[in-house]
Design a protein around this ligand. Structure first.
Ligand SMILES: [Zn+2]
Length: 680
C-alpha cells in the first residue's frame, strides 16, 4: 500500500515533460508565429472529467493513466491558451495537481459486510521483473476501499490499494492503477474490503498466449536504421518491390493527398487591432511566395481607397480625409482587395479586429507559406503507396491490412510496417515459418497514410497529428493558427462518427480531433477504405499508432446521449479478439520483454476513451474485418523511481527502434493468425 501511494505522489510531482515544442527562432512572437505547443501530463479528478476533455476535442495522446487516488493522468499536446481553456473542465498540469489525500474513506461504516469478487488476477514478467495486475468488484461499489495482498514464491509478499472506476455514474469495478512490482512471481492474492468483505484467487500468467513460431537459424531482423520521412518510406517499399517482384505488388492508392503545401500569407497592420490577413490564391510553391503587399499613404487629401497590382506587388493606396489623414479601416481594406478583379490574393480582417481599426501604411511585405522543408520535398499532391506481399496475390488467401501513420507525429509507426515487410521478404527463402505465412496470407502494408502531415511533423511542427488540409473559415485562418489546421484522419471515417453523434471527434476545425466537414472528406481516409472495398479477401487489419502500449479492438466509440457504444462483438468474436491479442502480445514480449498490460488489452471504449469515426470501427462494422489498433511505445519501468514513464511520440531513435522491432514481431504474429484463419 505504502509503495503504491508513494509512487502516486511521486507521479504527481513528476516534472512535466516538454517534448515537441517548435524551437523558437526569436524571443518575441510576431503575428504569424504559432503559439508554442508542449507535450504535457494533465491531471483530471475522474473519468467524467476525462470524458469532458475528449468531448471538447483536446489533443490527447493515447497515454491515459488512472492514479491511486482515483484521478486520471493523460498526456496531451497543448498550447498555453488551450491549457487555460481546459482548466474549467477540471484539467491541471499533473505537476501542479494537489497531492492525493493522505487517508481514504474507510468504508461505509457500521453496515453489513460487502461481497467482493476478483474478476482477474494476473502476473507478468517483463525485462524489469515481476508485476501484478488485479481487477475486482464490491457490492458496496465505489464506496468500498479494497486492498490487495499477494503472496509469491520464496515467501515474498506485498500489498497495494485498489482504485474504484466510475464512468458516467456507473461503477465499473476496482483495479490497481498500474501493474505493481513484486519481488517474486505472485501466486495468490486476497482482496479485502474495509467493510469486511474478502475474496481469494490464484494469480494466472499474462499474456499466456500461444508462443511465437520457431524461426530457422539465420532468421534476419533489424532493418531499421533511422526515423524515415514519407519520401524515404516510399523509396524503401519501391526498392523492396524491385528486389522481390515475384512476392510483391506495388499499389498506388487512388486518392492523392492535397500535398505538402499551403497558400502564402501575410498579416499586415497592427494586430490585435487594425490588421488584415492577405492570402494568395496560388499555393506558396506555385507563386504565392513571390507576392508582396504594401499599404501606402497617397500623400494627398480626399484620396480614394485604391488597390493595384504591379507584377508581384499588390499596392493598397489608403483613403484620406480632407486633411490628408488616412482613414481606411481594416474591413474597408479587405473589402477593396476582394472587390478588385484579377488580384492573385484574397483578404480578411484579422480575427481579433472587429474591422473598425484604421489601417496605417505598411511597407511591402512578402507573403510566405511558412513551410520549412527543403525544396526537394515535393509540394505536389502525394501518392500513397501500399506494398502487397504474398506468394498468391489473387484474392485466394486471407488478407491482412497493416496501415501506419494516420497521425503524423507518430514516427515509430511506419517503421513497424517496414520492419515487418523486410522480415517477411528477406526470410522467405530460408525460414520455413515465413514461407508458410507468405503461402497462406496476402499482406497489404501502407507505411504512411498521412504523408503531408508527416512531412509537416518532420520539417515544421513535430507535434502535428492531423493532415494539412485547412477547412477553417477566414477568421480562423491567419498563419499563427496554422499548427491547428487539418483533419484528424482517424476521426474522418464513417462508422460511429462525430456526424452520427458519437463522442471523441470534434466539429471544430482547430481541434486536435477534428473529424472533417463530412465523413470520408479526406483522401487519406478514402484510401484506407478503398483497400478494404477493393480487396474483399482482407479479413484482418492493424491500425498502427503510438504511444502508450495498448492493444485494442471495437467498439471504439459511444454516443454522447446515454453513452451507448457501437454494438459489442459477440461473445465468440470477443474471445477471438482476446485470444488473438494474447498470442500477438507473446510475440511482442519475446523481442525485449515488453508486456502490454492486461488493463490496456481490450475494446477501445473500455481501455482508452471514445474515438468517434476511427478506421478500425468502420473496417469491423461495415466490412466485417477484424480491426485492431496497436499503440506502440509501452511505458518504461524506471527501477530507480519505481514508476512507469511514458515514451512520447518521437523517443530517441534507440528506443523507437526497439519499439519497431517488438511491434513488427507482433504484426507478423497477426499475419500468422490470418494464415491459420478459416472462414467460419
Ligand atoms: Zn494515433
Amino acid at each position: 500500500m505504502r509503495g503504491l501511494r508513494a509512487s502516486a505522489v511521486a507521479l504527481m510531482l513528476l516534472v512535466t515533460t516538454f517534448v515537441g515544442a517548435q524551437p523558437s527562432t526569436s524571443a518575441v512572437a510576431g503575428p504569424t508565429d504559432p503559439e508554442p505547443a508542449s507535450l504535457v501530463t494533465l491531471s483530471v479528478p475522474d473519468i467524467a472529467a476525462m470524458d469532458r476533455l475528449v468531448a471538447a476535442g483536446a489533443d490527447l495522446t493515447e497515454r491515459v493513466r488512472p492514479q491511486a487516488d482515483g484521478s486520471i493522468q493523460v498526456d496531451a499536446v497543448v498550447t498555453p491558451s488551450q491549457l487555460e481553456a481546459l482548466r474549467p473542465l477540471g484539467a491541471t498540469l499533473a505537476s501542479d495537481a494537489p497531492a492525493p489525500a493522505a487517508t481514504r474513506a474507510k468504508g461505509k461504516g457500521g453496515g453489513a459486510e460487502d461481497q467482493v469478487v476478483i474478476e482477474r488476477a494476473v502476473w507478468f514478467k517483463s525485462r524489469d521483473g515481476y508485476f501484478l495486475s488485479v481487477e475486482a468488484s464490491s457490492s458496496a461499489a465505489q464506496a468500498a476501499t479494497l486492498t490487495v495482498t499477494w503472496r509469491g514464491k520464496k515467501h515474498s509478499t506485498g500489498q497495494a490499494e485498489m482504485v474504484a472506476y466510475v464512468d458516467a455514474g456507473a461503477y465499473l469495478g476496482h483495479q490497481l492503477s498500474t501493474p505493481v512490482p513484486a519481488d517474486q512471481q505472485p501466486q495468490s492474492v486476497t482482496v479485502t474490503s474495509a467493510d469486511g468483505g474478502k475474496a481469494d484467487a490464484k494469480v494466472k500468467p499474462w499474456p499466456d498466449g500461444d508462443r511465437p513460431d520457431k524461426r530457422d537459424r539465420g532468421y534476419q531482423t533489424d532493418f531499421i536504421t533511422q526515423y524515415m520521412t514519407p519520401a524515404q518510406l516510399n523509396e524503401r517499399i519501391r526498392a523492396l518491390h524491385r528486389q522481390f517482384p515475384k512476392l510483391t505488388d506495388l499499389i498506388t492508392l487512388p486518392y492523392k493527398t492535397n500535398g505538402y503545401r499551403r497558400h502564402a500569407q501575410a498579416v499586415v497592420g497592427a494586430p490585435p487591432a487594425a490588421a488584415v490577413v492577405v492570402t494568395s490564391n496560388a499555393y506558396g510553391s506555385e507563386g504565392g511566395n513571390d507576392l508582396s503587399v504594401e499599404l501606402v499613404d497617397p500623400g494627398t487629401a480626399a484620396g480614394p481607397l485604391r488597390v493595384s497590382l504591379d507584377g508581384k506587388l499588390i499596392t493598397v493606396s489608403l483613403a484620406t480625409d480632407d486633411s490628408g489623414a488616412v482613414v481606411s479601416t481594416a474591413a474597408q481594406v479587405a473589402a477593396a482587395v476582394n472587390a478588385t478583379p484579377g488580384l492573385p490574393v484574397k483578404a480578411s480582417v484579422y480575427r481579433t479586429d472587429p474591422g473598425a481599426g484604421v489601417m496605417a501604411p505598411v511597407p511591402a511585405t512578402q507573403l510566405d507559406d511558412f513551410l520549412s522543408a527543403p525544396a526537394d520535398v515535393s509540394r505536389e499532391p502525394a501518392e500513397v503507396l501500399a506494398l502487397r506481399v504474398g506468394v498468391h496475390r489473387d484474392g485466394s488467401r486471407t488478407g491482412v491490412l497493416a496501415y501506419a501513420q494516420e497521425h503524423a507525429r507518430e514516427w515509430v509507426t511506419p517503421l513497424v510496417s517496414i520492419e515487418a515487410a523486410e522480415r517477411l521478404l528477406r526470410n522467405y527463402d530460408t525460414d520455413k515459418a515465413t514461407r508458410r505465412l507468405l503461402e497462406r496470407s496476402d499482406v497489404f502494408i501502407v507505411p504512411v497514410v498521412n504523408p503531408d502531415g508527416a512531412n509537416y511533423s518532420f520539417y515544421d511542427y513535430n507535434s502535428q497529428r492531423k493532415n494539412m488540409t485547412n477547412h477553417c473559415p477566414p477568421a480562423q485562418s491567419d498563419p499563427a493558427l496554422r499548427n491547428q489546421w487539418g483533419v484528424d484522419v482517424n476521426r474522418n471515417y464513417a462508422a460511429g462518427s462525430v456526424h452520427d453523434g458519437y463522442v471523441g471527434g470534434s466539429t471544430n476545425c482547430q481541434s486536435g480531433t477534428y473529424g472533417g466537414p463530412a465523413e470520408h472528406s479526406e483522401p487519406e481516409s478514402r484510401n484506407v477504405m478503398w483497400l478494404a472495398e477493393r480487396y474483399s479477401n482482407i479479413k484482418f487489419a492493424m491500425n498502427i499508432h503510438s504511444y502508450g502500449g495498448y492493444f485494442m479492438w471495437p467498439p471504439g466509440a459511444y454516443q454522447a446521449d446515454g453513452r451507448v457504444s457501437l454494438p459489442r462483438p459477440t461473445a465468440k468474436e470477443e474471445k477471438f479478439f482476446l485470444d488473438s491479442a494474447r498470442t500477438i502480445e507473446e510475440a511482442i514480449v519475446a523481442e525485449r520483454g515488453t508486456v502490454i498490460w492486461p488493463q490496456q488489452t481490450g475494446p477501445v471504449t473500455d481501455v482508452l476513451y471514445s474515438a468517434a469515426g476511427n478506421s478500425a470501427d468502420e473496417l469491423w462494422y461495415d466490412h466485417g474485418i477484424y480491426g485492431w489498433d496497436f499503440e506502440v511505445g509501452a511505458d518504461l519501468w524506471n527501477p530507480e523511481t519505481r514508476r512507469w514513464e511514458g515514451v512520447g511520440f518521437q523517443p530517441p531513435f534507440e528506443e523507437g527502434h526497439q519499439e519497431a522491432m517488438e511491434f513488427a514481431a507482433g504484426l507478423i504474429s497477426l499475419i500468422g493468425i490470418a494464415a491459420d484463419h478459416r472462414d467460419r
